[in-house]
Structure formats: structure tokens, C-alpha cells
Write a protein that binds this ligand. Structure first.
Ligand SMILES: [Zn+2]
Length: 167
């Protein structure tokens, strides 16, 4: 009886009153979730963070494709998070295949919004979107740190987080 109670007590969950100061923007794709958490923890030393996980990740904030209203709405959601929690650092994580990797590993949201582009063109578009989002039109707060990575799937399905930009 008492051990059962102990077990129950140790599994209780508590809310943390302190806001995280880091916001991670990544794709909702669950096939990358654990690996992303591990990358953030082991490579960048980050554990507690706010998340904006939407299809396309940071690409959803860019003007690529023809869904300008969506990008605009996403930027508003993003701005809300940055302001509400006084975010100091934003980490953008794009994803897709590496140059030699399997094309089916390309972010499905990019394939959906730009169906006429080849895989190489989609990868180039992601790079253009990195620049677009880093210098986002609505304006990040001037002292905000931003870094961008791309989770790249190689030919053997290994995953590598490549740093693309930093400010
Ligand atoms: Zn995706």
C-alpha cells in the first residue's frame, strides 16, 4: 500500500512558474521530435524552452509559396510568444534530406506548398527562407539572439543538425 502511494507521489507533475527564455521553432513532424530534444540538450545544453511546432517549422513564417496569410498569422503567433515570455533567444530548425539523402525525407510542408519545385529547388528555397526569417519583416527585437539549423537526413537515414546561420 505504502509503496503504491510513494509511486503515485513521485509521478506527480508540477507547473514551473519561471518562463523559459528560449523559443524553439520546428516542424510538427514527430519523426524528429526525440532527436531534436536530444540535439538541444546534448549539443546546445538546452532543456527548458518554449515551442512553436507547426508544419514546416520556421518555413511557415517565410513568404515562400502562396500562403501569405498563413505566414502573416504565424509571425503574429511567434511575436506573441517572444513578447509574452520575454524571449532572449530563438532557435530555428528546418529539416529535410541532405544532398545525397532520400528525397522522401524532405519536409512535407515544403512539398505541399511548393509542389512544382524539385528536391534541389526545395532545399535552395529553405536556405532562402532562413535568410528571410532571420531578417523577419515584422522585426525581431534588436537584442534577440537567433540561430538556424537544418536537420538533414543522410543516405543511411542518419540525422545531422547543420548550423546555417547565427546572429
Ligand atoms: Zn516538416
Amino acid at each position: 500500500m505504502s509503496s503504491e502511494r510513494e509511486e503515485r507521489e513521485s509521478s506527480e507533475l508540477y507547473w514551473k512558474p519561471d518562463c523559459p527564455s528560449i523559443l524553439v521553432i520546428a516542424c510538427s513532424d514527430g519523426r524528429l521530435e526525440e532527436q531534436t530534444d536530444r540535439f538541444l540538450k546534448q549539443e546546445l545544453g538546452i532543456q527548458g524552452y518554449d515551442r512553436l511546432y507547426v508544419p514546416g517549422g520556421p518555413g511557415a513564417l517565410a513568404d515562400s509559396g502562396f500562403e501569405y496569410e498563413r505566414a502573416d498569422r504565424m509571425r503574429k503567433e511567434c511575436r506573441f510568444l517572444v513578447e509574452a515570455h520575454q524571449i532572449r533567444e530563438v532557435i530555428l530548425i528546418f529539416h529535410g534530406n541532405s544532398e545525397e539523402g532520400p528525397e522522401e525525407a524532405m519536409c512535407a510542408d515544403y512539398v505541399r506548398k511548393l509542389p512544382d519545385l524539385s528536391n534541389a529547388q526545395l532545399r535552395a528555397q529553405q536556405m532562402a527562407d532562413v535568410r528571410d526569417v532571420m531578417h523577419m519583416v515584422f522585426g525581431w527585437p534588436p537584442d534577440l539572439r537567433i540561430s538556424a539549423y537544418r536537420a538533414e537526413v543522410g543516405p543511411d537515414h542518419s540525422l545531422r543538425f547543420v548550423e546555417l546561420a547565427k546572429r
